[in-house]
Design a binder for this molecule. Structure first.
Ligand code: SF4
Length: 349
């Protein structure tokens, strides 16, 4: 794994992004921002599952104004997502937004951008230059590739903000195309010092979207690129994005967050219903905040090794299972007691 890219540290509503700090997990509400009650409810759900910064869509002035009331009840920073109309950005800042996301593809008038930058600077509010492959500005040169167009769009906006003496910048270059996204981030990471927000946009439904995001974000994070991430999924359950983001970070040992379940795929050697047991364990681990590794293994081939390596583990055999805690064999239990025995040992860790 490569050394983390050294990026400038910025603060979004008190949450530090960049430098050697933790890679921050973000999500976005799926509610109508004007519906304060529904939006706050969803933000509270996101807070509970570990979301650290949340973005809300600001399609009109009412949504921009609603941020005042949303902010009163949310305990994580709110980023206002602005497209087309710079006045919405000004209104969102006035409402107390902790960050702005501007899309260079649809707010292009330098005068308008300057007005927003001046207001953001006064309040020390960072701006994310959020380039999206689906809404790129006109290319600067004929036949430019999507990667070049994304990088050019971000760079020219970065230079504009810098010319206004503004450096509370974060950049994202999102596309559905994983290789294009990786190449774009890789290119921009070499030429700007600002923190990067990673994402694969419109990644799809939870299963395929999580895989696509894990591949793209995984490559970049392994290369030391990325300071904050969002997994964009087509789901009504906003927490799925947050859970997927943490699984990606946990897989690369970049963050710890709640339990990790290690379970074998089961095969002809297993003499117990390992799939059923793993599913039951996963269900019981939902909502557990403790950082703990739990192993559910189907036989003696890899079972004892993995179970010993976990904080708590079970290596199942025919009708019986051996429970391990912190590398030590603690007891042998009957099949009917597998789940409860594992759970009670977990309490002891
Ligand atoms: Fe098969 Fe045993 Fe490996 Fe599970 S641990 S996949 S049962 S060999």
């Amino acid at each position: 794994m490569r050394k983390r890219r050294a990026s400038k540290v910025i603060s979004v509503g008190g949450v530090k992004i960049g430098g050697a700090g933790p890679i921050v997990v973000q999500s976005m509400t799926k509610t109508d921002t004007r519906d304060v009650k529904a939006t706050v409810k969803q933000i509270h759900q996101l807070e509970e599952c570990g979301c650290e910064i949340v973005r809300v869509a600001v399609p009109d002035m009412d949504a921009a104004r609603a941020i005042v009331d949303i902010k009163k009840k949310a305990s994580i920073p709110i980023i206002a997502d602005i497209h087309f109309d710079y006045r919405l950005a000004l209104a969102a800042l006035k409402s107390g937004a902790d960050g702005l996301r501007l899309n260079p593809g649809n707010i292009s008038d330098p005068e308008h951008i300057a007005k927003v930058v001046r207001a953001a600077k006064e309040r020390e509010v960072p701006i994310r230059i959020g380039v999206n492959a689906g809404s790129l500005p006109k290319p600067y040169k004929k036949k430019a590739s999507v990667v070049e167009r994304m990088v050019d769009a971000a760079l020219s906006e970065v230079r504009l903000l810098e010319s206004l003496d503004f450096d509370l910048i974060k950049v994202s270059l999102k596309a559905f195309d994983v290789p294009a996204t990786v190449e774009a981030y890789d290119a921009i990471a070499k030429v700007i010092p600002y923190p990067l927000h990673l994402g694969i946009t419109e990644a799809g439904l939870p299963w395929t979207g999580s895989i696509r995001s894990a591949v793209g974000l995984g490559i970049l994070l392994y290369d030391g690129i990325g300071d904050t991430i969002r997994v964009s999924l087509t789901t009504a359950d906003a927490c799925q994005e947050v859970e997927a983001a943490y699984e990606i970070l946990k897989s690369l040992k970049l963050r710890e967050h709640g339990p990790t379940l290690v379970s074998c795929p089961s095969c002809g050697r297993s003499e117990t219903d390992i799939v059923g047991l793993a599913q039951l364990v996963e269900k019981r681990l939902k909502g557990v905040e403790k950082t703990i590794k739990v192993a559910v293994m189907g036989c003696v081939v890899n079972g004892p090794g993995e179970a010993k390596d976990a904080d708590v583990g079970i290596a199942c055999g025919k009708g019986k299972g051996v429970i391990f805690r912190k590398g030590e064999k603690v007891r042998t239990v009957e099949e009917a007691d597998f789940l409860e025995a594992l759970m009670s040992e977990m309490e002891r860790v």
